[in-house]
Ligand binder design. Structure first.
Ligand code: ADP
Ligand code: MG
Length: 234
C-alpha cells in the first residue's frame, strides 16, 4: 500500500542544511500496524507527514496504493489525502467553538455531504469511539482522552484506509492513553493500516511491526523481511 524508495528531505535552517530524512526505504502492506520510535528530532514526524502527503520529498519515490505521488499536483494530492488518509496529532486540533458532533462533521462538510447524511455518519463513528453521549459537548467540556477520541472519530469518518497518528497519547495520562490506544487498535483489527509515532515504549512495542529512526534514517525495522517481499505490498 505504501512504498517509499530513496526518500530524502532536507530543511534549510539558517546557513546549514538539516537532513531530516536520509535515503528512507520502506514498504508497508495494507492492514499493518506499525510503530515509529526514536529520539526527538530523528525525523519521525517528517516521515509521517511524507506518508500523509502533507510534505514532499526532495528526492525519492513515494507510491501510495500504486499511485506515484510525485507527479501529482496539489489538488490531486489533497484529493488522495481526503480519500485514503486520516490524521491524529498529539494536540487534538479540534475546533473549540464547535460541538463534538460538528467537529466530526467537518470533513464531510468539506466533502459536500448532505446534512442528514453527515449527522448520521458522525453519530455512528462517535458511537464507535464510545462518545455518542458527548455529541453536544464542546471541547472545553471534555477530558484529554475524550478529545483524542473525538479527533479519531473525525479522522475515520470518511473511511480512510490509512490512519497516521503522531504521538497520539503524548498529552494524555496513562488511563486515557490506554483508551485511545484501544480505539486505534480496534480500528486496525477491522482492517485499517495504522502508523503510530510514539515516545512510549509500552505503546511502541504493541505494534506488529516496529521501526526505529535515528538521524533521519531507519535504523531498525522489525518487519524488514516483509518489506523485502516487495510488490505484494501494493
Ligand atoms: P521527530 O518527530 O522525530 O522529533 P521531526 O521529523 O519533527 O523529528 O524533525 C526532524 C528534524 O527536522 C529536526 O531536526 C527538526 O528540527 C527538523 N525540522 C522538522 N521540520 C522542520 C521545518 N519545517 N523546518 C526546519 N526544520 C525542520
Ligand atoms: Mg515529532
Amino acid at each position: 500500500m505504501i512504498e517509499l524508495q530513496g526518500i530524502n528531505k532536507t530543511y534549510q535552517v539558517g546557513e546549514s542544511p538539516l537532513r531530516a530524512l536520509r535515503d528512507v526505504n520502506i514498504t508497508i502492506k495494507a492492514g499493518e500496524y506499525l510503530s515509529v520510535m526514536g529520539p526527538s528530532g530523528s525525523g519521525k514526524s517528517t516521515l509521517l507527514n511524507m506518508v500523509g502527503l502533507l510534505d514532499r520529498p526532495d528526492s525519492g519515490c513515494y507510491r501510495l496504493d500504486g499511485i506515484t505521488t510525485e507527479r501529482l499536483g496539489e489538488e490531486a494530492r489533497a484529493r488522495l489525502r481526503a480519500d485514503y488518509i486520516g490524521f491524529i496529532f498529539q494536540a487534538f486540533h479540534l475546533v473549540n467553538r464547535l460541538t463534538t458532533l460538528e467537529n466530526v462533521e467537518l470533513p464531510m462538510m468539506l466533502a459536500g455531504l448532505a446534512p442528514k447524511q453527515r449527522r448520521q455518519k458522525a453519530m455512528a463513528v462517535l458511537e464507535q469511539v464510545g462518545l455518542a453521549d458527548r455529541a453536544g459537548h464542546r471541547p472545553n467540556q471534555l477530558s484529554g482522552g475524550q478529545l483524542q477520541r473525538v479527533a479519531i472519530a473525525r479522522a475515520i469518518v470518511m473511511k480512510p484506509r490509512l490512519l497516521l497518528a503522531d504521538e497520539p497519547t503524548g498529552n494524555l495520562d496513562q488511563a486515557s492513553g490506554q483508551e485511545v490506544v484501544e480505539v486505534l487498535e480496534g480500528l486496525n483489527s477491522e482492517g485499517i493500516t495504522l502508523l503510530v509515532v510514539t515516545h512510549d515504549g509500552n505503546l511502541g512495542k504493541r505494534a506488529g511491526r516496529r521501526i526505529r529512526m535515528v538521524d533521519g534514517q531507519i535504523e531498525a525495522d522489525s518487519g524488514d523481511g516483509n518489506a523485502a517481499a516487495g510488490p505484494t505490498a501494493l
